[in-house]
Design a protein around this ligand. Structure first.
Ligand code: F6P
Length: 489
């Protein structure tokens, strides 16, 4: 690890404007980089690096719907889902949203039966976004009970079956490609579960959300219940599309609209704000500084709010599937590290589990605290006060440390953290927060010169699983063959 010559705490005395430079209010959130090693010189050199890497041009190409996903020859148009993309793409997305809204109204009106439970089956980007949003915002919504099942492990589905009544359950099959084995198998088992319970027309209770409508039709879903979205919306960027259907059902259409509006506001901020005040750009400059100059291989996100407990796993897919790459856009090997490992948890639990290493361990991991000023409950205000006090105390302790003559009790300090403080957790603010993470991921990719929109790394394992199903252990390495034999497959 390269040690930084100037400790973070000392930067406040060197620069009286530090707070003004490194804190930005945007979309109901305060972004605070003052407890990191960023300073005006580092920001300037990061901006120069990004200019050299062609950020302005790359961003313009993203927003105008050009084929920025070069390895798959298509655009990346999650921004159009928020109405901020190319005009034609915005219109296409709006048409899909109109169909989605009509579906929400049909379900609410009881046209698909007396629905009380939503069983959303999907995996990766087809599950993590809806799961995060329903968990964060749908706790008191009361419209429907939503269960999201992703894992092919039958224990996951069995748990959902215990929570749902087959006679009052709507199945949402969410799969961009409609080829994902986990999702198809889980959906098949849901149909069987309904059949066994005597549901008259289980297929009449299925809505498919996909960019491959023909495959959904072939699977047996009626055309009137297929909600399409564009092929140009990537899986981990898809919660804004019809993939967000359980969110719109659980929270209502107005709330879903507010989510899109919040994201659109962040899109405009990212597109129009100079780099020195642009939250996605500053975040990416800090990200690359800690990876490249300080040798950090991980970055930790701690949500000091139970409602955001699924934010770390959501960000793991967004950041690691997007930027965990090893070649540049023109196929050259990267000279240095790409994305660090994203990990994290929920505060205050994390303090009593992993913070020992963060305060005194021998590796450095930049930390991000995400907290909300307004509590999400009506309990004694002492709860929320304690939560926020703990969050702020951790950031301060990590930065300032405390010297002791007893080596075991010595805190070296100078450990960086970013704080993102939301005024309140509502659909609009959460939409803006997630869009911020998307743009930050994009700026990291521009810096690295990589394509954040493909994910070929996940394919080999899938192909090998298929080969094992087809050929057994033939041609397999001895270790894996022995495991398969031992498991009796
Ligand atoms: O295996 C990775 C992946 O392709 C993700 O990128 C995607 O979000 C997930 O699988 C699910 O894919 P689909 O929506 O096509 O079922």
């Amino acid at each position: 690890m390269t040690l930084n010559p100037l400790p973070i705490a000392s930067l406040f005395t060197h620069d009286p404007d530090r707070l003004a430079t490194l804190r930005i209010d945007q979309s109901g959130m305060l972004f605070d980089w003052s407890k990191t090693h960023l300073d005006p010189a580092r920001i300037a050199s990061g901006i120069a690096q990004l200019n050299k890497a062609g950020l302005t041009d790359a961003r313009a190409r993203l927003f105008s719907g050009e084929a920025v996903n070069v390895t798959e020859g298509r655009a990346a148009e999650h921004i159009a889902e928020r109405g901020e993309g190319a005009p034609d793409s915005n219109m296409r997305a709006a048409r899909c949203h109109a169909r989605m809204q009509a579906m929400v109204e049909a379900v609410d009106a009881g046209l698909l039966g007396d629905i009380r439970h939503i069983l959303h089956v999907g995996i990766g980007g087809s599950a993590l976004g809806p799961q995060l949003l329903v968990d964060a915002l749908g706790r008191d919504a009361g419209h429907y009970e939503v269960a999201v099942v992703s894992n092919v492990d039958g224990s996951a589905l069995a748990e959902a079956f215990r929570r749902c009544d087959p006679h009052h359950t709507l199945l949402i099959m969410a799969s961009k490609t409609f080829t994902t084995i986990e999702t198809l198998l889980n959906a098949h088992s849901v149909i069987e579960w309904m059949e066994e319970a005597g549901v008259e027309d289980p297929y009449g209770r299925v809505i498919a959300v996909t960019a491959a409508p023909q495959a959904a039709l072939d699977w047996g879903v009626d055309e009137s219940r297929i909600l399409p979205f564009s092929e140009t919306v990537g899986g981990r960027y898809s919660l804004w599309s019809a993939i967000g259907l359980p969110v719109a059902l659980a929270l209502g259409w107005e709330a879903f609209g507010a989510l899109l509006d919040g994201a659109a506001e962040m899109d405009r901020h990212f597109r129009d704000t100079p780099s020195t005040r642009n939250v996605a750009v500053l975040a990416a400059i800090a990200d690359r500084f800690y990876v490249e100059d300080m040798g950090c291989q991980t970055r930790a996100v701690f949500a000091y709010d139970e409602r955001l407990r699924l934010l770390p796993p959501y960000l793991q897919q967004l950041e690691m599937e997007s930027n965990g790459k090893r070649v540049t856009l023109d196929g050259q090997s990267l000279a240095g590290p790409s994305a660090p490992i994203t990990w994290g948890g929920v505060g205050t639990d994390c303090q009593h589990a992993v913070f020992q290493l963060l305060h005194q361990g021998m590796i450095l991991s930049p930390i991000e605290f995400v907290a909300v000023i307004e509590p999400g409950h009506d309990l004694d205000e002492a709860h929320h006060r304690q939560l926020l006090v703990n969050c702020f105390a951790q950031g301060s302790a990590l930065m300032t440390g405390r010297a002791s003559n007893d080596p075991a009790r010595d805190y070296p300090g100078d450990r960086p953290s970013v704080t993102i403080l939301l005024d309140r957790l509502d659909p609009r603010t959460l939409g803006a927060l997630i869009a911020f993470y998307e743009h930050r991921t994009f700026v990291n990719a521009v810096w690295l010169g990589i394509n954040p929109f493909d994910q070929f790394g996940v394919e080999l394992g899938k192909q090998m699983a298929k080969a094992i199903e087809r050929d057994g252990t033939a041609g397999l390495d001895p270790s894996t063959a022995a495991l398969i034999e031992r498991a009796g497959l």
